[in-house]
Design a protein around this ligand. Structure first.
Ligand code: G3P
Length: 220
């Protein structure tokens, strides 16, 4: 079975009290399946979710700085102290420079945090893999939030990204994302060689989040 990371983004349905409810759903559903399901809520919700639920929590972003005179920045060290398992890095809604990604991947190794570097095409997936993160996550930006699953609409980008990533670095795990919401989309992603999916709106914006997650993992 695979890896599922749910990005709560800044959706109302995934923020504050709603983030806690959704984390509880994830905890419950993940206890019934072999899939690894983790959440990526906004920064302020991380500590409470970490303390209340048995679910791995990722940040949605982290800045390429260490402690010092940087205003409104989040360091990897603070994420670690607050109990985050790791972070998305370079999400297409929060891009970073290559040197920053490199810095963060190294810093995460030092701190034993899990790095999930997002990419937008096959070439950037290969480039990110060369930095040896734990995961790369290929997400064509035009499909994000579209409800059109990347695994069905652009299977070749998933397949080629998996190949490009593993050619560069056999250890790297590959996720794909954008428009994933159904069990079939998830299974297709795994069949294409991905280790799992990174998704948001299909679960966070679903009318019934629990039902949507159960459907995604094949419990319904
Ligand atoms: O980080 C996941 C994301 O960008 C994909 O979004 O809403 O298409 O699942 P969505």
């Amino acid at each position: 079975m695979g890896v599922i990371i749910i990005n709560f983004k800044a959706y109302r349905e995934g923020s504050g009290k709603q983030a806690l409810k959704l984390a509880e759903i994830v905890e419950e559903v993940s206890s019934k399946v072999d899939d690894y399901i983790a959440v990526a809520p906004n920064f302020l919700d991380i500590p409470e979710i970490v303390s209340k639920f048995n679910v791995d929590v990722f940040a949605q972003h982290v800045d390429a700085v260490t402690f010092g005179s940087h205003t409104s920045r989040i360091t990897a060290e603070v994420l670690k102290e607050k109990g985050a398992k790791g972070s998305l890095i370079n999400h297409s809604e929060r891009r970073l420079r290559l040197a920053d990604i490199d810095f963060l991947v190294s810093k995460f190794k030092e701190l034993s945090l899990t790095s999930v570097v997002c990419t937008n095409n096959v070439a950037t997936t290969a480039a990110a893999s060369a930095l040896s993160p734990d995961y790369v996550a290929i997400e064509p930006p035009e499909l994000i939030g579209s409800g059109i699953p990347v695994s069905k609409a652009e299977p070749e980008i998933v397949e080629n990204s998996v190949k490009a990533a593993k050619d560069v670095n056999k250890e790297v795990m590959v996720l794909c994302g954008a428009g994933i919401s159904k069990h079939e989309d998830y299974i297709t992603a795994l069949d294409l060689g991905a280790d799992g999916v990174l998704l948001a709106s299909g679960i966070v914006k679903a009318e019934d989040q629990k039902k949507a997650l159960e459907e995604l993992v094949g419990l319904r």
